[in-house]
Design a protein around this ligand. Structure first.
Ligand code: UGA
Length: 430
């Protein structure tokens, strides 16, 4: 099969490399010359475990190509997958202009019976608009489908190779057959739905998981008032098979490029349809406010930050990625500097990203190691639960003459060991 993925962002590059690994001819297409030039040289512009190796391998064996030319990529394509970005508008809704632009640009080159697929997360109804745009530019018979993406950053290659399910939304028998064949090597359940249900299933999955995180954050707030421990509560509740122990550890709120954006889109979509006070509207607001509420709590507890040395451990929004979109560090680092702290920041992979995002500041130092970051620190704030950070033996690094604090916003460190070593330990929800 010849497959084109339009958009060489995170989802596009991972999908292109994985489809190529099944032996198909795959083109990654982007209008950004700079990105395509780097990808042609096997340079991936972000850190994702295993991706660079897979990409190089598929380019070397001739399955995977990158181009900026619609004509070159689309002319012989059986399947054209749109995976471009949908940046947020100020009201939280998705800006779909890149999706429509891709539809318009591909239209003149589409061959008969090509399957046009939207993989980007888009609101139901988008496919009608895209179909209409394409049909204004070609009369070739085509098929349309939705193929939502469920991979997670940090385990994207593994998730794509071993998905829990593949959702194919289409009313075309040809599209269903071709896309089922394409995903058959994954051995995952294939769920056929309408285009609208496929699109809603993506929003619903993300909003459900985000609600779960918000739910436990709110339980954690109550535990902090009444002396219960949220981790004990999770453990006790998780034995109920309907609930489980997974995927609801508390923190400073959900971040990354997906949950906050998808929840904001659902909230905006709800308001557009006069559902002004539903769960998604609340969730969007609650998650946005949470980090500032926690910041104020810590500020009060520590009696301000002026003149204090603060080690910030973890800059990425989660471990195993260098992505800092909606990362807690984006709020904490500038606010710490503003409040007069000396900040020593450490992250195993995201420091180069941080250097692009944070302005240079005489009180912002990037540490090369955890030890360098925490030596002499008054306060250690764990923001990202990288293995290297949670496995670090902090108890060997206490300063006897100092009152040192550890703020563990991921509940991953051992309270008893740290308190025994002399730290004041603060976690979430206890
Ligand atoms: C998320 C979904 O998990 C994927 O299924 C989906 O495909 C993806 O969005 C997307 O829409 O493209 P991702 O954003 O990579 O994936 O990261 P997650 O591991 O889900 O974490 C999201 C946020 O929730 C992070 O800030 C994380 O720290 C937080 N989180 C996660 C918690 O606070 N507690 C948890 O128990 C789990």
């Amino acid at each position: 099969m010849q497959i084109v993925i339009i958009g060489t962002g995170f989802v596009g590059v991972v999908s292109a490399a994985v489809y190529a690994s099944f032996g198909h001819t795959v083109y990654g297409l982007d209008i950004d010359e700079h990105k395509i030039t780097s990808l042609k040289q096997s340079k991936v512009p972000f850190f994702e475990p295993g991706l660079s190796e897979l990409l190089t391998q598929q380019q070397e064996n001739g399955n995977l190509h990158f181009t900026t030319s619609y004509k070159e990529a689309i002319t012989d394509a059986d399947v054209v997958i749109i995976a471009v970005g949908t940046p947020s508008r100020p009201d939280g809704s998705a800006n779909l202009s890149y999706i429509y632009a891709a539809g318009e640009s591909m239209a003149p080159y589409l061959k008969e019976n090509a399957v046009v697929v939207i993989k980007s997360t888009v609101p139901p109804g988008t496919m009608d608009g895209v179909t209409q745009t394409i049909k204004e530019h070609t009369s070739t018979p085509l098929h349309f489908a939705s193929l939502p993406e469920f991979l997670k950053e940090g385990s994207a290659v593994a998730d794509t190779l071993k998905p829990d399910r593949v959702v194919i939304g289409s009313s075309s028998e040809h599209a269903k057959k071709l896309l089922s064949e394409l995903h058959e090597p994954l051995g995952a359940p294939i769920v056929h739905t309408s285009i609208e249900s496929a699109q809603m299933s993506k929003y619903a999955a993300n909003a459900y998981l985000a609600s779960r995180i918000n739910f436990i954050n709110e339980i954690a707030n109550l535990c902090e008032i009444n002396g219960a421990h949220v981790q004990e509560v999770i453990n006790a509740m998780g034995y109920d098979k309907r609930i489980g122990h997974h995927y609801w550890y508390p923190g400073l709120g959900f971040g990354g490029s997906c949950f906050p954006k998808d929840v904001a889109e659902l909230a905006s979509y709800s308001k557009e349809h006069s559902l002004d006070a539903n769960l998604f509207v609340y969730l969007d607001a609650a998650n946005t406010q949470r980090i500032q509420i926690k910041w104020r709590e810590y500020t009060q507890l520590l009696d301000g930050w002026q003149g204090k040395t603060v080690a910030v451990l973890g800059l990425a929004f989660k471990p195993n990625t260098d992505d800092m979109r909606v990362a807690p560090s984006l709020v904490f680092v500038p606010q710490l500097l503003e409040a007069g702290a000396l900040v020593r920041a450490y992250d195993p992979k995201a420091t180069p990203t941080a250097k692009q995002l944070f302005e240079e500041h005489e009180r912002l130092i990037y540490a090369d190691t955890i030890t360098q970051a925490i030596t002499d620190a008054d306060i250690i704030i764990l923001l990202t639960e990288w293995d290297e950070i949670v496995q670090f033996d902090f108890s060997k690094h206490t300063e006897k003459e100092k009152q040192q604090w550890i703020i563990d916003t991921r509940n991953r460190l051992n309270k008893a060991t740290l308190e025994q070593a002399g730290y004041h330990y603060v976690s979430i929800g206890s």
